[in-house]
Design a protein around this ligand. Structure first.
Ligand code: AMP
Length: 506
């Protein structure tokens, strides 16, 4: 019986012996290995009682086995729930409690620190998976043999839940169906012209929509291959560009880091056919510098966890610096008045709304929140502000919420502020994003101290380290006697951003 997305991947595999994944250590996986390895893990999951619709939560470092686990979940009918590797046990406790997975897979060395969180959430099975083909889940899978009878799943059935950060309260689980993921990846295969001849430099994390779905689903459905790097590594990436890679997908930080490398030249990139950027705004300046250095125009696209990819600059034609391109085939994009939802005239700035087979099924166990983020005619309210120019290019001009995007990761200020405000000696705080040459934005905290017992900058950061993932930690903590507020009592973050705009200027 077919499991929709997995079935599509299996059917489109060019040949069983073709390599689809390669690591810097020289481990290679063919499409046949994908099928056999995911079958073994699917057996192990089923042996742990996983049935259709069960969640399998996963916080593991990037490895080919993590991909086998993702595919195994699709085949076992489970809902794959990847978690950022930087999340602390306190954060994991919330996700496990909210998602109630049947199985939680973590890194072997973290198991002890996470058992309590899993116990409180009532998780039946805690398994481990390391990056050296080790861990209890692979041990269990290793004893399994034979075909796995895939659990039937249709386009509308859930394939994954990815948690987004919440602007108020806690994270929301975005529910993505097999059809959401398959339709978007197939569209990207065509739009970006991926074929089995492609080899993608994959240095993105795989707990996020960009690395997991945009990069991986697209390459798997194209029958291409991936150089699987644990993290951003400019030296290695430049070597791979001269050793068979044809494409790269990255966040803007990848491009600024590579630009800082003297080895980035026209010669070094001459075999590459495509550079894609997304997840955060790519500065027009970076786009132009890249073209000057390499002769390649970066193709910028726009999407989000909830919607997969929405718009893309064209493969042929102008890839406009600062623009995120045109709505993808089958995706409708419109700009509306954020308050009323009324469509705006071409060129006017407003809320970006999207509709299409790419748009998610709603937030896990949050029907009211889901309803409030959709219009009556089915358009999803993205929270991004933008405009469409006379040629039809979409531009993102800002974010409705005060989201900070640092190195491609989203940080919602409220989460950091709540932790700072809880510290002794703190009256209140405001967390903003300040332009940063390396990270796009640097998380920056402005703290109003109490007269006595106020912590200093180092102490604030040290206190947060145990509570928050590293990427959420403020790069700087500044002190002020009060925060600027408007007549309604709202903190004026725009004003703070203006005041501290030069903080990270080199
Ligand atoms: P995430 O759900 O983590 O993928 O974050 C999605 C958000 O990232 C979007 O709502 C946008 O605010 C932002 N984003 C993604 N791609 C771009 C882009 N190319 N330019 C500007 N912002 C982007």
């Amino acid at each position: 019986m077919p499991a929709y997305l997995y079935d599509l991947i299996a059917r489109r595999a060019p040949s069983p012996s073709k390599v689809c994944l390669e690591t810097p250590e020289g481990r290679k996986l063919t499409f046949a290995d994908l099928a056999a390895g995911s079958a073994r893990i699917a057996h192990a999951l089923a042996a742990r009682g996983v049935v259709a619709g069960d969640r399998v939560a996963v916080q593991v470092d990037k490895s080919p086995d993590a991909i086998l686990l993702y595919l195994a979940c699709l085949r076992a009918g489970a809902v794959f729930l990847p978690l950022n590797t930087a999340y602390t046990p306190a954060e994991i406790e919330y996700f496990l409690g909210d998602a109630e997975p049947r199985v939680f897979v973590c890194e072997p060395q973290k198991k002890d620190s996470l058992l309590e969180a899993a116990r409180k959430a009532g998780v039946a099975h805690v398994e481990t998976m390391g990056v050296r083909e080790d861990g209890s889940l692979l041990d269990a899978a290793g004893t399994q043999t034979g075909e796995f009878a895939d659990v039937e799943r249709g386009a509308d059935d859930l394939a994954a839940i990815l948690y987004t950060s919440g602007t108020t309260g806690r994270s929301k689980g975005a529910m993505l169906s097999h059809g959401n993921l398959a339709s978007n990846a197939l569209t990207l295969v065509d739009y970006w012209r991926f074929t089995e001849k492609d080899a993608l430099i994959h240095a993105l994390p795989i707990y996020h929509t960009h690395g997991l779905f945009v990069a991986m689903n697209t390459l798997l459905l194209a029958g291409g291959s991936m150089f699987f790097l644990p993290k951003l590594d400019p030296d290695l990436m430049l070597q791979l560009m001269q050793r068979g890679a044809t494409a790269m997908m990255g966040v803007p930080t990848f491009y600024t880091r590579l630009l800082a490398h003297p080895g980035l030249t026209k010669e070094a990139t001459k075999n590459m056919r495509l550079f894609v950027s997304g997840s955060a705004p790519l500065l027009a300046e970076t786009h132009r510098e890249w073209t000057a250095r390499t002769g390649h125009a970066i193709l910028e696209r726009y999407g989000m966890t909830e919607t997969n990819m929405n718009t893309s600059n064209p493969y042929d034609g102008d890839r406009v610096p600062g623009a995120v391109g045109f709505p993808l085939p089958g995706v409708s994009v419109r700009i509306t008045d954020p308050e009323t939802g009324a469509p705006l005239k071409q060129g006017e700035i407003g809320m970006i709304e999207v509709k299409g087979p790419n748009v998610f099924k709603g937030y896990w166990r949050m029907p009211e929140k889901t309803a409030s983020e959709f219009r009556a005619d089915g358009f999803f309210i993205t929270g991004d502000l933008g405009k469409i120019d006379e040629r039809g290019y979409v531009f993102i001009v800002g974010r409705d919420k005060d989201l900070v995007i640092t190195g491609g990761f989203n940080v919602y200020p409220i989460e950091v502020e709540t932790e700072i405000d809880a510290l002794a000696g703190v009256v209140e705080s405001a967390v903003i994003g300040v332009p940063h040459p390396d990270f796009g934005e640097g998380v920056t905290a402005i703290v109003v101290p109490k007269k006595d017992g106020a912590p200093d900058e180092k102490q604030v950061i040290a206190a947060l380290e145990a509570r928050l993932a590293k990427f959420k930690l403020p790069k700087r903590v500044l002190f002020a006697s009060e925060l600027p507020r408007n007549a309604m009592g709202k903190v004026q973050k725009a004003e703070l951003r203006k005041t501290h705009g030069d903080l990270y200027k080199k």
